[in-house]
Design a protein around this ligand. Structure first.
Ligand code: ADP
Ligand code: MG
Length: 699
């Protein structure tokens, strides 16, 4: 076997500590930024560039503008002792005027800033008590150091993310050294034809320009190149995973369809056109000898469960087992109830597996599954535990799949011999963006809600309206509806929040809702208690359910038509949308009341506005993506996919499309990247996917 080729030049692997001008102390600071080697540093691109050929004179500043100025520091006033949260202030003057510079949350700067220093400051101009202020986003102290000046003035100057003890100028100087000494060693990974076709600069050039560009054009080209690489490596990996699936042999399940035919007339509704279409797509996948690998995307309430049930019946009729995994116990219980109701009349047994089972019962159920005595298992991630085995798993369904990582998905699939996989999600993602996360899946979309659904009327209210809101809730209950009152529960303050929810339930029961039945549901209850509460709510023995976000996903109680969300400002947008999806599931007019308190942040206001403006999950997802940025939106870390170094969505969507097409052409001809021109690509791919791809013949 030939030795693994060392593609990367050894210089790139140099620990930063040994780079000229670094040393152990600075290396420790750099490590805080996850920068350990020269290669890390090269890809640590500035978060912006500043055109230092154009500084704004202080006299020309107007409130609202984001500007860069240069001036001399007057007196510095730190926040008074014990008021650490107050900002640090200093007067800055230039020949044209003066302005108060303000720093928030950076008390330590007291030690750095001194009267008489020259500074370049970047930030937003504001007016406070009649005086002009600059809210500083970043700044640097100008010290003339001879020939280095050309790095810091009169050009497009990189501005890096700094950390305490590591300021802008020395960091910039260090980056200059590294780029000058090592950028040329970075091996080109993109095959030449792609680079030419997409008009992308070479990698070494792109890195140089990403840090110290000669022009705006060079900077833009560098960004395109680096973003392309991010997407390309992601898409390559996804395309490889996908090609492996579609080329491997799976289970062909193509029974006559007797069970599905028996089930249909027992449903209280006819499937929507969208459900029929998606079911057709799934059935075809199942019948084919290749493993199905399909994402079913449908807004909350679009009826995904019944589609999954048809797939389950098909697997069972074909003589295989099926498993359905849900992210919460409450949802697993609900699915168990639904499937039990649907399957039992057909003589099929369903079993439930959660962590809440007593050991003896768990062992019995596991044994029955392993022996193939039970055909269908529903559960939480308890399903993918070691020790759970199936006799012949043919279909794995993952509900609310955004709550799981790729590993759990893979582990469920691993419980069988290449079973068909159906993953379902109510987090709608703009189509092009679905490609980043789900590029290894086929996508079906339920783009139609069952008939008769009315959009949920959503309003935003403040504390002053509480009495009227309660009157409204009571009227709704009197009219026969049920109500959710949702409390936020954030982990950091779980105990306090839990108490708030508990107190609220008691106060409601003892006060304004004396004459109705109030229930309380939260994650800390034992699973038997949780079941009991959900059972009573479904059976209409509880009128008003105070709950934490444990009801966020999947819960389906059509008679519950009203939801009051307390502290709506504390929830994320997609979370609000998921919560709202619990109502509007029946023929009644439904309502969602967002109660905000305090003075919500700008972002919180935009979230609440988006909710009151639209019920469309796709529109909500777009706003959410804008507000949160792609990293958080996709939960990249949780998903287990490689993270982007430079690319950003939705900004770079067009580049993503290009990268996807190019990845597809390569995978079509050289799936395992064996040809010499793809060597470096292969090397980079393995590095970025950190073992999750292991290409067939490494080394
Ligand atoms: P989700 O897609 O959010 O998982 P569910 O599968 O829970 O949605 O379905 C929501 C509700 O709509 C359930 O009460 C279900 O019985 C009902 N439902 C599903 N399909 C239809 C249909 N074609 N017509 C009427 N009601 C339907
Ligand atoms: Mg669901």
């Amino acid at each position: 076997m030939p030795p693994t080729r060392q593609t990367a030049s050894p210089g790139l692997e140099t620990p930063l500590q040994f780079v000229k001008g670094v040393g152990p102390q600075r290396a420790a600071l750099l490590a805080r930024k996850e920068l350990h080697t020269v290669a890390d540093a090269l890809f640590f691109v500035p978060h912006r560039h500043e055109d230092r050929t154009r500084l704004t004179p202080i006299r020309a500043l107007v409130p609202g503008a984001v500007v860069t100025i240069e001036g001399t520091l007057g007196g510095v006033s730190p926040p008074p002792p014990g008021r650490a949260r107050q900002p640090l202030q200093a007067m800055v003057t230039d020949p044209t005027g003066r302005i108060i510079a303000i720093w928030f949350g950076q008390r330590y700067l007291v030690k750095t800033l001194q009267r008489g220093q020259r500074l370049v400051l970047h930030g937003k101009v504001d007016r406070f008590r009649g005086a002009l202020t600059l809210r500083v986003e970043d700044f640097e102290i100008v010290e003339s150091d001879g020939e280095d000046d050309r790095l810091h003035t009169g050009r497009l100057v990189p501005v890096y993310s700094t950390t305490e003890g590591l300021t802008q100028r020395p960091l910039r100087r260090l980056m200059w050294n590294i780029v000058e000494s090592y950028a040329h060693e970075v091996p080109e990974m993109l095959p030449e034809p792609i680079r030419l076709r997409r008009k992308l600069p070479g990698l070494a050039d792109a890195l140089r320009s990403a840090h110290f560009p000669e022009s705006e054009t060079a900077l833009a080209a560098a960004h395109r190149r680096l973003a392309f690489d991010d997407f390309f490596l992601l898409q390559m990996g996804l395309a490889i995973l996908r090609a492996r699936v579609t080329r491997s042999r799976g289970i062909a399940m193509n029974p006559p369809g007797a069970l599905v035919r028996k089930l249909r007339p027992s449903l209280p509704f006819a499937l929507t056109r969208a459900q029929e279409r998606v079911w057709g797509e799934i059935r075809e996948d199942m019948a084919s000898p290749y493993p199905m690998h399909r994402l079913l995307q449908g807004d909350v309430g679009s009826g995904k469960t019944i589609v999954a049930a048809l797939a389950v019946l098909t697997a069972l009729e074909a003589g295989h087992q099926a498993a359905i995994m849900a992210p919460t116990e409450i949802l697993a219980e609900q699915h168990y109830g639904t499937f039990h109701r649907l399957l039992e009349p057909l003589g099929l047994e369903v079993t439930l597996l959660t962590s809440a089972l007593k050991p003896k019962e768990r062992a019995a159920r596991r044994a029955a599954l392993a022996a193939g005595e039970i055909a269908c298992a529903i559960g939480t991630h308890a399903l993918v535990r070691e020790g759970v085995a199936f006799k012949n798993l043919g279909l794995a369904v993952v509900d609310e799949q955004h709550r799981f990582g790729v590993h759990q998905r893979a582990r469920l699939r691993g419980k069988g011999e290449r079973p068909d996989l159906l993953v379902m999600t109510a987090t709608p993602i703009p189509r092009t963006l679905a490609l980043t996360l789900y590029g290894d899946l086929d996508v079906s979309v339920l783009d139609e809600l069952p008939p008769g659904r009315q959009p949920v009327k959503t309003v935003s209210r403040t504390e002053t309206k509480r009495a009227q809101i309660y009157t409204f809730l009571r009227d709704q209950i009197a009219a026969g509806r049920q109500v959710y009152v949702v409390y936020p529960l954030v982990e950091e303050s779980e105990a306090i929040d839990l108490k708030a929810a508990t107190d609220m339930a008691r106060q409601l029961q003892e006060g304004p809702f004396r004459d109705v039945r109030v229930g309380l549901l939260h994650g800390r209850l034992g699973s038997e208690q949780k079941d009991e509460i959900m059972r009573r709510f479904k059976a209409k023995e509880i009128d008003l359910l105070v709950s934490t976000t444990v009801i966020e996903v999947g819960i389906d109680v059509p008679n519950a038509a009203v939801m009051l969300i307390e502290h709506a400002e504390r929830f994320g947008l997609s979370q609000l949308h998921q919560l709202r999806g619990r109502v509007g599931r029946g023929p009644w007019k439904s309502y969602c009341i967002l109660l905000t308190s305090g003075s919500p942040s700008e972002d919180a206001k935009r979230r609440v506005d988006a909710m009151t403006e639209t019920n469309d999950g796709f529109r909500i997802a777009e706003v959410d993506l804008e507000l949160r940025g792609h990293g958080e939106f996709f939960g990249t870390r949780q998903s287990g996919l490689p993270e982007f170094r430079v690319a950003s969505l939705p900004r770079d969507t067009a580049i993503l499309e290009d990268a996807r097409k190019e990845a597809a052409t390569i995978v079509a001809t050289d799936l395992e990247l064996r040809v010499p021109e793809h060597r470096e690509l292969r090397h980079q791919l393995l590095a970025r996917w950190r073992g999750k791809l292991d290409l067939a013949s490494v080394g």
